[in-house]
Ligand binder design. Structure first.
Ligand code: SF4
Ligand code: F3S
Length: 103
């Protein structure tokens, strides 16, 4: 499962259109955690898609990740600022790849 303490245990190494990437990153096999308020561990995500289907405010967008051992697409929390902390995505992800910091 995603480490809920990732902000303490990892370093921000990149930013994709405003979404912070927490390393380590070693493409294409290791992609890190994407997002901060809504965080997706890309190295755990297996492209299930339940988060995209269920999020009421469309926080997630598919991104292609060819060559990643778990899956070739991931759920990018591109609109994490829209999150209303309903926690649905956390509940439906089959591999616990998502952390929402509802504070
Ligand atoms: Fe969407 Fe709710 Fe997850 Fe926020 S907590 S990203 S609103 S499903
Ligand atoms: Fe990935 Fe879990 Fe969403 S596997 S696509 S983060 S439901």
């Amino acid at each position: 499962a995603i480490d809920p303490e990732f902000e303490r245990n990892r370093e921000a190494v990149d930013e994709n259109d405003g979404v912070t990437v927490w390393g380590p990153v070693d493409e294409p096999e290791q992609l890190g955690i994407h997002g901060t308020h809504v965080a997706v561990d890309f190295d755990i995500c297996l492209g299930d898609g339940a988060c995209l289907e269920d999020c009421p405010v469309d926080v997630f967008e598919w991104v292609e990740t060819p060559g990643h051992p778990e899956s070739e697409r991931k759920a990018e929390p591109a609109n994490e600022v829209q999150c209303i902390d309903c926690m649905l995505c956390v509940d439906v992800c089959p591999v616990d790849a998502i952390d929402v910091d509802a504070g």
